[in-house]
Design a protein around this ligand. Structure first.
Ligand code: ZN
Ligand code: ZN
Length: 578
């Protein structure tokens, strides 16, 4: 096999995407000690990727050496695997990248400067360069000589999203390095290298997110963790924003991701994911980073202890915060709160995608503005989880007005009562012993044949819920008793709901989802409606019940139950303070 062929094969593995090329190039810059790295793309990197750094640079020989396959001098001994401080396998990926593109490398170590041009991995020119110190490497026309590979490049929008995500991670794991990413001369992302993680989060996600990040810090004998986790109201449709950094290296570990997700469980919908950035420091001898060639996964000793600590700490931080809506920092449209490019899911035309990509850029002004109105103060951490509040009345027969020394609160009476009933019913449904009570009049329920048969398959399960049900003829059932916890007056409705849900779920029956959805449905029906006048005592009862909930902040469907209007905001509105 010729060298160029083996390089091309390797390239297929290493440089599947522009993002991988960018990753390799900036890791080299980081290795070279740069603290200012600029990444300029043309057409999301498909036309050109240019990385400019102020690192140590290379001399003539080293510069050439880095394009020769297997020139790596690293990882000589097995012991070295445990003590890798540098991030990339410099010298391994570059030959692969060069073999499928047109590369120009300009580098200077401060004494001599040199420019190499390569095509398909072969040097085509060499000149003296006037660069002061650092490296500028440009990778053009990726896969120009391997047309088949071109199809592996995603749409421009997805490519840009992937590259952005690479830079996000690099910036979050190297807050002391200044990163600038541009695409077709528009600034996509800019961090200032201040070394402040919260500030970097702000520069990546914007103020509306960084204001809602909570600090987390803890340690045990082996591990030291610090970072920020978002309030559950900040959430995304995927887990890409769980960022764990072990000894300065971003790793992907699905176990750790699961632990993070589970810790948020009671405060968020299953298909939404928070933003979490955790720095984990550990003695390098306790890690093994080379279990996967992409170097993104990691093996850690005493991993169970680590998972335990992460889980407990996240829960602790969340439980110690008021997670209701804060009127002063609330964005009307939370879905837009994280202004990030995401890969497009459906097929789009080239023009549409280009337009999408072009639309996405931030101006210097945007960045300036973000910095000005935010001073990176830690979010207040002494806020009591669920506050003691006192009702004073009701608005529109729907919202309970409350107050305490921290300001005014509005509670949606239906949402609050629904949460309490939902948790109560869920618990009752999970309890295997159901006390039952006979119905005054047995219920007769007739079904079409197919539905009759579905129910028939689930009779044992229905009985296990405390519903006494018998076949009656060949298309009906008779129900004679129900559990005592069924709300008075709604017994028949509840029985019908249970049976209907079983029919709808049919083959996809899942106990967890069934209990959840039935509890939510029953809670909604059983709870006080909007537009209902109630007394102060009744309001107090709703508040007292809400306070006992595991998650008092959302109704069974995820809507907020309570909104806080801080004293300061009220004073601002009335111009008592400026
Ligand atoms: Zn409801
Ligand atoms: Zn609801």
């Amino acid at each position: 096999m010729s060298e160029s062929l083996s390089n091309k094969i390797a390239a297929g593995e290493v440089v599947e995407k522009c993002a991988s090329v960018v990753k390799e190039l900036i890791e080299n810059s980081i290795d070279a000690g740069a603290n200012d790295i600029k990444i300029d793309l043309i057409d999301s990197g498909t036309k050109s990727i240019k990385v400019t750094d102020n690192g140590s640079g290379m001399d003539e020989d080293d510069a050439l050496l880095c394009f020769e396959a297997h020139a790596t001098s690293k990882l000589l001994k097995e012991e070295d695997l445990f003590n890798i401080n540098t991030l990339g396998f410099r010298g391994e990926a570059l030959p692969s990248i060069a073999s499928v593109s047109i590369v120009s490398l300009k580098t200077s170590n401060g004494n001599t400067g040199i420019t190499y041009k390569l095509e398909g991995g072969k040097v085509v020119s060499k000149e003296k360069s006037d660069l002061r110190q650092g490296t500028v490497i440009e990778v053009k026309d990726l896969f120009f000589n391997t047309p088949a590979r071109l199809k592996y490049l995603n749409s421009l929008q997805s490519e840009l999203a992937n590259v952005t995500s690479v830079i996000d991670r690099a910036a979050l794991s190297h807050t002391d390095i200044r990163f600038t990413l541009t695409n077709n001369d528009k600034v996509i992302l800019k961090t200032d290298g201040s070394g402040n993680l919260l500030k970097t989060i702000n520069q990546i996600y914007g103020t509306s997110v960084s204001k809602k990040m909570l600090k987390l810090e803890c340690e045990n004998d082996d591990y030291e963790i610090s970072g920020y986790i978002s309030l559950p109201e900040v959430n995304k449709s995927n887990r890409n924003h769980f960022i764990t950094i072990v000894n300065g290296r971003v790793v992907r570990n699905s176990d750790l991701n699961r632990v993070i997700n589970d810790a948020y469980h009671k405060y968020k919908p299953d298909n939404r994911y928070p933003i979490v950035v955790l720095n984990i420091n550990v003695d390098p001898t306790l890690t093994d980073v080379n279990i996967h060639p992409s170097k993104q996964d990691i093996k850690l000793s005493n991993f169970d202890d680590l998972k335990d600590m992460v889980s407990k700490e996240i829960e602790k931080v969340l439980d110690n915060h008021f997670l209701g809506v804060d009127a002063s920092t609330h964005d009307v449209n939370l879905n837009n709160i994280v202004k990030k490019i995401e890969p497009v899911s459906e097929e789009k035309t080239y023009e549409e995608v280009t337009e999408l990509v072009m639309d996405f850029s931030v101006s210097e002004n945007d960045i300036k503005e973000k910095e000005d109105d935010y001073n990176y103060k830690e979010p207040e951490s002494d806020t009591k989880p669920f506050p003691k509040i006192y009702p004073v009345g009701q608005v529109l027969g729907t919202y309970i007005v409350c107050h305490n020394e921290k300001g005014m609160y509005l509670i949606d009476q239906h949402a609050a009562a629904e949460r309490y009933n939902y948790e109560k019913y869920k618990k009752a449904m999970a309890d295997p012993k159901h006390e039952t009570i006979s119905m005054l009049f047995p219920m007769n329920l007739e079904y079409p044949k197919d539905e009759f048969l579905i129910i028939k398959q689930h009779l044992d399960f229905i009985r296990s819920l405390g519903i006494e049900i018998e076949e009656f003829g060949d298309s009906s059932y008779v129900v004679k008793s129900h559990p005592t916890w069924f709300k008075e007056g709604l017994e028949e409705l509840f029985v019908q709901n249970v049976l209907e849900k079983i029919i709808t779920m049919n083959k996809n029956f899942d106990l967890e989802r069934f209990n959840d959805s039935i509890s939510a449905m029953m809670a909604c029906k059983a709870s006080i409606k909007a537009n209902t006048e109630i007394s102060l005592e009744e309001m107090q009862k709703i508040i007292d019940d809400l306070e006992t909930c595991k998650n008092p902040y959302n109704c069974a469907h995820g809507r907020p139950t309570i909104i806080h209007y801080p004293t300061y905001e009220l004073e601002k509105l009335f111009k008592r303070v400026m």
